[in-house]
Design a protein around this ligand. Structure first.
Ligand code: NJP
Length: 233
């Protein structure tokens, strides 16, 4: 069998475009997000692009820890291997002063951006180690380096994600795994529209513009490990 790629946040936006790009290149995709209908739309786009029908894994990365913990073993059981993890799902939360962040928003941003990163590493590391060229890419943000009022929960949890991934990258440095972060820059998606209501998206990057860069970072010849790669760079 060919390459097997797990992509989170694959129901729309950047994750959906990444899934289509992997499938176009022959990979078997496993798609994670909460919205079954969105996952089905991505699968339709994969089929239209001539890709293998995707495996859909509808789950909430905040609320269903037990399901996340089963991902590694269940992908291996179904497809025999897992070569690639792209943790692209992200939670923005409500843009608000730190003192006004609600417990729910805090739990959602920590849950998707940070805790799910750890849980995905935990469940995917064994099959990624067994793969000939295990690859993991985590989608971060330039906001980590530029704290900005009202973006505290998002920026802090993505910063935590970066720290965790860079730590893990050191730990797997002697293996065939390459673990990197990708900062997409500004992309016209639902998240961007929520953050910047009223912004004209016509001049922004589109998900399909950045997806090939994420897929390239998962290539078998990639030598970088523990890098933060910026879109266009
Ligand atoms: O966002 P959006 P993007 N459990 O909102 C999923 C980063 N980024 O494509 O569950 C499971 O269209 C959600 O699916 P659903 C950003 O931080 C972006 O822009 O069905 N899945 C959807 O598929 C993020 O890491 C920009 O609602 C959950 C996906 O996540 C990545 O790019 C700039 C979930 C979000 O799709 C992709 O975001 C930047 C949960 N609990 C970084 N919660 C930008 N767009 O400008 C959410 O610096 N999802």
């Amino acid at each position: 069998t060919g390459t097997v790629a797990l992509i989170t946040g694959a129901s729309r936006g950047i994750g959906a475009a990444v899934a289509v790009e992997f499938a176009r290149r022959g990979a078997q995709c496993v798609l994670v997000a909460r919205t079954q209908g969105g996952l089905e739309e991505t699968d339709d786009a994969i089929r239209a692009a001539g890709g293998k029908p995707a495996s859909l894994l509808p789950l909430d990365l905040v609320k269903q820890a037990d399901k996340i913990d089963m991902i590694g073993p269940s992908v291996v059981e179904r497809f025999g291997r897992l070569d690639i993890l792209v943790h692209n799902a992200g939670a923005l939360g409500t843009l608000t002063p730190v003192a006004h962040i609600t417990p729910k928003d805090w739990a959602d941003t920590v849950g998707v951006n940070l805790t799910a990163t750890w849980r995905l590493i935990r469940t995917c590391e064994p099959p990624l180690r067994a793969a000939p060229a295990g690859r993991a890419v985590f989608v971060t943000t330039g906001r980590v380096a530029r704290p900005k009022a009202y973006w505290g929960a998002y920026g802090a949890t993505k910063a935590g994600m970066e720290h965790l991934v860079l730590t893990w990258a050191q730990e797997v440095a002697g293996t065939a795994i390459r673990a990197n972060l990708f900062d997409p820059g500004i992309v016209a998606t639902q998240m961007r529209a929520t953050a910047m209501p009223g912004e004209d998206p016509s001049g922004l990057q589109k998900p399909a513009d950045v997806a090939p860069e994420i897929v390239a970072l998962c290539g078998p010849d990639e030598v970088r490990n523990g890098a933060v790669v910026r879109a266009g760079g």
